[in-house]
Ligand binder design. Structure first.
Ligand code: ATP
Length: 341
């Protein structure tokens, strides 16, 4: 099953501290939403409000068209999966997955059937009789997911579920999580502070900062066209160039740049600076390059502004040596007006 979630004017205070400032967020049924932001920005507080663990100080939470603001977690069509999995160590995997079904009127054989089906879905069909300690971290994580989905929630809330896994396993589990979500169609709301993870799994990313939403959009929108300087920096490295509005082109320390927009900051991701592109950034000298496998990371000093540094990711096939001079070009500019930057 699946349901939409509608958060309207939600504010949350811990005594006098405002952890969430008037949050508005509409999540569609079946969407995979990721709440992304640095530690302390309010992600877990928002998730807890959706799950019914906190009642917001102000505002409304609707799930599946019903007002759930004052409804407790057990009465909501939501399940929360915490980072520590909380599996019962003395129970088999099948019993762990079947556990939540006891209180929901499933008979013994129906519970076993459902638990088997769920373990099969997460690729652990042959391990039902094992105990949690006999599994790897990734397998335990899958059991926790099977248990959370066994009770058929409309909305699954996941708080840093991959946080304890090493990087390689984490990337692999991201793909699996996305695939399982697509198959079951349940609405997923997933918390992380890892921007790569957010881009890999989300239909939409909600970038949060100090209790506010900075940008909510698809991974492409948030990465390529961030609404705020904070969202721009949080999603990855940015080169920043101060610009002043001019006639036909903006003026900068690098010389005129043919971009449209007023005075402010021109932001370019390293992969959007290269030897070809939509507009010239003038000539620059290569100061240093490092091999990064998929590309080379090049530090350029513009001839017009040698104190500035531009970082570009260039394909490996381009052979440049420190000291070489090239004309640099930019694409996909993001321009923040003076006040926002
Ligand atoms: P993290 O990634 O570190 O878990 P987060 O984005 O999930 O961070 P929250 O746990 O939602 O952040 O916390 C938001 C803010 O509210 C933080 O400044 C935190 O210190 C504060 N806070 C959270 N819970 C409480 C509480 N029970 N009492 C007082 N302040 C709290």
């Amino acid at each position: 099953m699946t349901a939409d979630v509608s958060i309207t004017g939600v504010e949350h205070r811990f005594n006098s501290f405002i952890a969430l400032h008037r949050i508005d967020l509409d999540i569609k049924a079946g969407e995979f939403i990721v709440l992304l932001g640095p530690s302390g920005c309010g992600k877990t507080t928002l998730l807890s409000i959706i799950g019914g663990f906190f009642t917001p100080t102000k505002g409304r939470v609707g799930i599946g068209g019903k007002d759930m603001t004052h409804v407790g977690p057990r009465e909501r069509p939501t399940t929360t999966m915490f980072q520590d999995y909380a599996l019962f160590p003395h129970m088999s995997l099948l019993d762990n997955v079947a556990f939540g079904l006891r209180t929901r009127g499933f008979g013994k054989s129906a519970r076993r059937e459902k638990a088997k089906e769920m373990l099969e879905m997460v690729g652990l069909a042959d391990k039902g009789n094992r105990r949690p300690h006999e599994l790897s971290g990734g397998q335990r994580q899958r059991v926790a997911l099977a248990r959370a989905l066994a009770v058929d929630p409309d909305v699954l809330l996941l708080d840093e579920p991959l946080g304890a896994l090493d990087l390689k396993l984490r990337r692999q589990m991201q793909d699996e999580l996305k695939e399982i979500q697509r198959r079951v169609g349940t609405t997923f709301v997933h918390v992380t502070h890892d921007q790569e993870e957010a881009m890999a799994i989300a239909d939409r990313i909600v970038v949060m900062n100090q209790g506010r939403i900075e940008h909510c959009g698809t991974p492409e929108e948030v990465y390529l066209s961030p609404r705020t300087p904070f969202a721009a920096d949080f999603m990855g490295e940015m080169n920043r160039i101060d610009i002043k509005a001019g006639e036909g082109a903006a003026n900068s320390a690098l010389g005129p740049i043919a971009v449209v927009g007023g005075s402010g900051t021109l932001c370019l991701r390293p992969e959007n600076i290269g030897l070809e592109g939509d507009f010239s950034l003038g000539r620059a000298r290569l100061a240093q390059a490092s091999f990064l496998g998929a590309h080379q990371r090049c530090h350029f000093r513009p001839l017009g502004a040698p104190d500035l540094e531009l970082v570009a990711h260039l394909p490996q096939r381009i052979a440049l040596r420190p000291g070489d001079e090239v004309e640099l070009f930019g694409s996909h500019p993001v321009i923040f007006p003076k006040e926002a930057a």
